[in-house]
Design a protein around this ligand. Structure first.
Ligand SMILES: *[C@@H]1O[C@H](CO)[C@@H](O)[C@H](O)[C@H]1NC(C)=O
Ligand SMILES: *[C@@H]1O[C@H](CO)[C@@H](O)[C@H](O)[C@H]1NC(C)=O
Ligand SMILES: *[C@@H]1O[C@H](CO)[C@@H](O)[C@H](O)[C@H]1NC(C)=O
Ligand SMILES: *[C@@H]1O[C@H](CO)[C@@H](O)[C@H](O)[C@H]1NC(C)=O
Length: 137
């Protein structure tokens, strides 16, 4: 039991470390200031609406992001549907019929795309959504 806990702890530390190093390497909070200035307000309004409809959704979105990050980083791949030649993270054992909030992300992505087509990545939208979920809750 004890060693299992330690392994889990170690795995979590590895995830946190890898997130930290990628944060240092690439992220920049003013990245969309010129290309998509509306992204933060759009996301915030939609997250507010989703949480007003169902408070639990805030926690579900945090978990969605966490499960996305666990496999090869926070890349948004958990959002992909399976296809004939592709089995992704969405229906993998720990996620299938358990991770939720996909429709909230789809709605927000569509709202952002409506004004700024092809600019903000799904991975970034997911990260902003989760930041706002935590703050709003
Ligand atoms: C953040 O990204 C924007 C847009 O690419 C760039 O203009 C700005 O210099 C960057 N800021 C930092 C601190 O890297
Ligand atoms: C998109 O454009 C409409 C009309 O100009 C505006 O009302 C809305 O706030 C914009 N959305 C974003 C994400 O900027
Ligand atoms: C509101 O939440 C319920 C579940 O509590 C869900 O079935 C419904 O689709 C949600 N509606 C919107 C507009 O998100
Ligand atoms: C995911 O759940 C659905 C519905 O319960 C099931 O039909 C499907 O086989 C599951 N997929 C995987 C990969 O386990």
């Amino acid at each position: 039991m004890r060693s299992k806990k330690m392994i889990e702890c170690f795995a979590l530390m590895l995830v946190l470390c890898s997130c930290w190093s990628s944060v240092n390497a690439q992220l920049n909070s003013t990245f969309y200031d010129e290309t998509c200035p509306g992204v933060f307000s759009t996301v915030k309004a939609a997250v507010k609406q989703a949480i007003a409809n169902e408070t639990r959704m805030a926690a579900s979105l945090l978990r969605l992001h966490f499960h996305d990050c666990f496999v090869n980083g926070c890349n948004g791949l958990i959002l992909l549907d399976d296809a004939v030649n592709f089995m992704g993270e969405k229906t993998a054992g720990p996620n299938n019929n358990s991770v939720r909030g996909f429709d909230v992300i789809d709605t927000i992505k569509a709202q952002v795309e409506a004004n700024y087509s092809g600019i903000v990545s799904c991975a970034d939208i997911l990260a902003i959504v989760v930041r706002d979920s935590v703050i709003l809750l």
